[in-house]
Design a protein around this ligand. Structure first.
Ligand code: SAH
Ligand code: SF4
Ligand code: F3S
Length: 430
């Protein structure tokens, strides 16, 4: 984490630092937005705190992708009543996707102690909300920096929103249609984050590989980011199966800094459900894409997302999803219970809760067994590991790797995998 800079005399920041507490729900997009929000506070002399009692401002960045995510955010806001009672001059901001869905009126009606609500579509104007609540920014702007994690990995948003219409998904409604950032903006953000210490950049977007800005395609953007000095590894998420072009496959084959790992959500193994979900591909098209990618980049690790209990899911549909785990050779999979996000009767869940739960259990078990098999297959092979400490790092394929000694933090080294334990590979630096 970045240390707060020394305030100068006469600078409004020479008063004792105030503190902001940021709670983030949801996906990496939200985490990236929270970093931008943290930077906005930082420009006002605030530091980040992990102790809510010390906070002068609290931000809850919400998610609504599934009902549970929304419920969690709501109960978090409810719990903040106590903080606000203890610190009436403190400012409470509710932002993000659930804020967009529920709206300021609704939220402030339910929680009158909330000071500002900023929905996901307006997140770039969070600064305006800050001006309303805290006054203008002092004129001592510093570069946008990676505030949250160890400086090793930094997120760079390359697109906002989503223009697809997957039947189950609320993201397009709360984030709006796809908007691509300019290559210049992306490169500046990435370069700033590398200058602040990042070794690994993760490009973010809901259909990240659909990137197109003027003449710049996703693959061309990747090439430009890969050329930034100081970068050790480039990742991206989440791509969509519809948008991998041949120039990407070629790039993956030859660029060692481009991670040999792709998180490629498939959602279902059943053609019937894929169609109802409006995913735009069939099971065999998805598998053919995996084969193409793996032919270009042998050893490519792929993980995925599955939804169980989609309306009308039959036992046969579910068996198709189960068999997909092995056939896709996924290193890992997030498995979600279907959560209705619209009131339309045809989108209501049709399986009973115990019914969905039973399928989820089976799927999780299949994923666990398969992950083990895939991890064991890496034993005896050489992994390119970006070290975080002398003994711990992540392989290009995103496996956690432990060694006894010899890793150089921030640098990539070749490691011979000698064993596997839990979800990690054990190895020896070559
Ligand atoms: N843009 C990404 C996914 C974003 S949402 C993509 O299309 O690949 C992250 C994951 O949440 C999805 O992949 C899906 O598996 C899950 N998800 C989205 N809506 C859901 C819902 N209504 N119920 C259950 N899971 C859902
Ligand atoms: Fe939602 Fe992803 Fe489909 Fe977009 S592509 S609608 S974000 S699941
Ligand atoms: Fe949630 Fe919004 Fe991300 S709904 S998953 S935080 S885009």
């Amino acid at each position: 984490m970045q240390k707060p800079e020394k305030p100068q005399n006469g600078d409004p920041r020479s008063r004792p630092n105030k503190a902001v507490f940021i709670i983030t729900f949801g996906c990496q997009m939200n985490e990236a937005d929270s970093e931008d929000i943290a930077a906005s506070f930082r420009r006002r002399g605030y530091m980040l705190t992990e102790d809510i009692k010390k906070a002068d401002a609290v931000v809850v960045n919400t998610c609504t992708v599934r009902q549970r995510a929304e419920d969690k955010a709501i109960s978090q806001i409810g719990r903040l009543r106590k903080w606000k009672l203890a610190k009436p001059e403190g400012k409470l901001f509710v932002v993000g996707c659930a804020a967009q869905k529920l709206g300021g009126k609704n939220l402030k009606g339910r929680f009158p102690f909330v000071d500002e609500v900023v929905g996901a579509k307006a997140i770039e104007s969070f600064e305006d909300a800050l001006v309303t609540q805290l006054g203008p920014t002092p004129e001592t702007e510093t570069a946008h920096q990676n505030l949250f994690r160890s400086p090793q990995t930094a997120y760079v948003t390359i697109m906002r929103g989503c223009s697809l219409k997957c039947s189950y998904c609320i993201v397009p409604a709360v984030r709006g249609p796809a908007v691509f950032l300019s290559p210049a903006a992306v490169l500046k953000d990435a370069a700033d984050k590398i200058a602040a210490g990042a070794k690994e950049i993760v490009l973010l977007g809901q259909t990240v590989n659909s990137y197109k800005h003027g003449q710049t395609t996703f693959s061309e953007l990747l090439k430009e980011v890969l050329a930034l000095p100081g970068l050790e590894r480039l990742r991206f998420m989440s791509p969509h199966p519809l948008y991998f072009e041949d120039d990407f496959t070629a790039l993956l084959g030859r660029e060692r800094k481009l991670a040999r790992y792709i998180h490629l959500p498939v959602q279902s193994g059943s053609d019937r459900l894929l169609k109802l979900m409006r995913r735009g591909y069939t099971r065999s098209q998805y598998l053919a894409l995996l084969s193409r990618l793996r032919a270009a980049a042998p050893g490519l690790a792929v993980s995925t997302d599955f939804i169980v209990g989609y309306p009308g899911e039959t036992e046969e549909d579910f068996q198709d999803t189960l068999s997909m785990v092995k056939e896709g050779r996924f290193t890992m999979a997030y498995c979600f219970k279907y959560s209705p996000r619209s009131d339309r009767p045809e989108m209501a869940a049709t399986l009973s809760e115990p019914g969905i739960e039973a399928r989820l259990e089976k799927l999780l078990e299949a994923v666990k067994i398969n992950s083990r098999v895939i991890l064991n297959e890496r034993i005896g092979k050489i992994e390119e590991v970006l070290f975080e400490t002398e003994t711990y790092g992540r392989a290009s394929g995103n496996f956690a790797v432990r060694v006894k000694a010899g890793g150089e933090p921030g640098k990539v080294a070749r490691v011979l995998a000698t064993g596997a334990e839990k979800n990690s590979l054990m190895g020896k630096v070559l």
